[in-house]
Design a protein around this ligand. Structure first.
Ligand code: GTP
Ligand code: MG
Length: 149
């Protein structure tokens, strides 16, 4: 089944939003198959946001992501890449719809609480960057029969 990479950013951890954010994905029916807390090095943060290298906000973005602990999660389920982006909301929190994570929890562009991979290819790259193969766990939920036809 499809997998994506989501991450509670340092502001989300500091604000105590980890459970509230992950709870939305669990209650919807997506499965957590990998999870870790760490303070990213600048190198890891730069590599994660490599597509933005050279942009004026890149330095600040990398400094922010490596400023404190984050919670990185591999989520699994049908259509999870696009679904996680919809649940996350627009990049600019003031343009994120109410009901989305950013629309409900954030007001600032640089402090927008969570990351989610923007495509299947990005998800593959990011899961490989943040997790070793053996840190992604294959398990079958006993609720699977109630969630999937
Ligand atoms: P992520 O899930 O964190 O990757 O956000 P995103 O996919 O919604 O946005 P994008 O990948 O385009 O940008 C990554 C992060 O850089 C955003 O979440 C913002 O915090 C920040 N960012 C993007 N564009 C700008 C900008 O124009 N100005 C500033 N200050 N920050 C920006
Ligand atoms: Mg992005």
């Amino acid at each position: 089944s499809e997998q994506t990479y989501i991450m509670i950013k340092p502001d989300g951890v500091q604000r105590g939003l980890v459970a509230a954010i992950l709870g939305r994905f669990e209650t919807r029916g997506f499965q957590i198959v990998g999870m870790k807390m760490l303070t990213p090095t600048k190198e890891l943060a730069s590599s994660h946001y490599g597509e933005h290298e050279g942009k004026p906000f890149f330095g600040g973005l990398v400094d922010f992501l490596s400023s404190g602990p984050v919670v990185g999660v591999v989520l699994q389920g049908k259509g999870v890449v696009a679904a996680a982006r919809m649940m996350l909301g627009a990049t600019k929190p003031l343009e994120s719809a109410p009901g989305t994570i950013r629309g409900d929890f954030a007001i600032d562009m640089g402090r927008n609480v969570m990351h989610a991979s923007d495509s299947v290819d990005s998800a593959t790259r990011e899961i490989g960057l943040w997790f070793k193969k053996e840190e992604v766990v294959s398990w079958t939920s006993c609720a699977a029969g109630s969630l999937l036809e």
